[in-house]
Ligand binder design. Structure first.
Ligand code: SAM
Length: 189
């Protein structure tokens, strides 16, 4: 990750969350790989439920905890977790919004989407953003690792999710966004 000040020039967290509908539904939020908490605290201000954020990197966990504390937010829980081996730790069907932001270039994106599907309640939404690969961007993973929206949608469908929308992301020109919802049955791995 680049330094926080640089990273946060690339997004408008409120514009992203508004476009993806975070806060439109009641319930808790899960964020997998929260980084500096760029979106964690913005989400926590928008929802009445709790934002459960996690990251494998203890420095990112500390940064996000400090940020939530300094912002006076009472509805943020941050944990050090490896989502590959431990998932997000929330019960099945318990969450209204899952954030998968700048994370789906990992080795096994379908398993992460399955974890999002597992915790989502029936009307819940998964919000995805990632770096565009069709234009030059100032940062982001190597082009060959970046999923485009079509790739993401195909992975999501394998994980039992269905495409809902691909909204424009106000103030975040280097990213694309997508929302996904639950289907009645997940496909088997
Ligand atoms: C590119 S950053 C994105 C951070 C944040 N989602 C954002 O968009 O600002 C990816 C984050 O995912 C975390 N991460 C990577 N692999 C992980 C894993 N297996 N379990 C938990 N966190 C992970 C990294 O430590 C890093 O903070």
């Amino acid at each position: 990750m680049p330094p926080r000040e640089l990273w946060e020039r690339f997004f408008d967290p409120d514009g992203v969350l508004e476009a993806l509908g975070c806060g439109a539904l009641p319930g808790d939020v899960v964020e997998l790989g929260c980084g500096y908490g760029t979106f964690t605290t913005a989400a926590a201000r928008r929802v009445s439920g709790t934002v459960y954020a996690s990251d494998i990197d203890p420095m990112m966990v500390r940064a996000t905890i400090d940020r939530a504390t300094q912002s006076g937010l009472q509805n943020v829980v941050v944990e050090a977790r490896d989502f590959v081996s431990e998932g997000c730790g929330r019960p099945d069907g318990s969450v209204g919004f899952v954030m998968l932001f700048n994370i789906l270039h990992i080795e096994d994106p379908i398993s992460l989407l399955r974890e999002a599907h597992r915790v989502l309640h029936s009307r819940g939404v998964v919000g995805v953003i990632h770096w565009r690969r069709d234009i030059e961007t100032p940062r982001g993973p190597p082009l060959e690792l970046r999923p485009d929206p079509g790739q993401c949608r195909s992975w999501a469908e394998k994980a039992g999710l269905r495409w809902l929308s691909s909204p424009a992301l106000a103030g975040s020109a280097w990213h694309w966004g997508m929302t996904l919802g639950r289907t009645t049955r997940a496909q088997r791995p």
